[in-house]
Design a protein around this ligand. Sequence first.
Ligand SMILES: [Zn+2]
Length: 142
Amino acid sequence: MPPLARYMLAGIFLVLGGLMLVWRKGPNCWIGVRTPWTFADRDIWDKSWLMATFLLFGMGLGALWSMPLFVVSLVALIVLGILYPLFLYYRKYGTWRYWKDIGWSAYRPAVRCTRCGHIQRLKDADELAMAHCQSCGASLWR
Ligand SMILES: [Zn+2]
């Protein structure tokens, strides 16, 4: 690749990575790891945002110094952009289910009871700490 193209690529991803590092915007319609699982939980949104930030830096530095690093970071960004929020979500809620309220980004979490397997809707991520299973009464906090 010609040097100018590499510098331009590096510039795009380093600026975007830098912006995401200092800005840390909440769920919105155009930037960030936008999946139902990140929209449903602000903590997972933030963690996924940080992961994407590092991989954007990887792409920027890779464009400057090493194309394999660029490609690895790009593939990681696409694959982990989906898998990482899924992993965090499943670990926290015991399911990949979510539900959709009114509004384009109004995804809400659901949680699986570890005792009886009942899946219950939560109005938001904060409710998890206090919620009890409607079926067996067990605490849903894990
Ligand atoms: Zn239960």
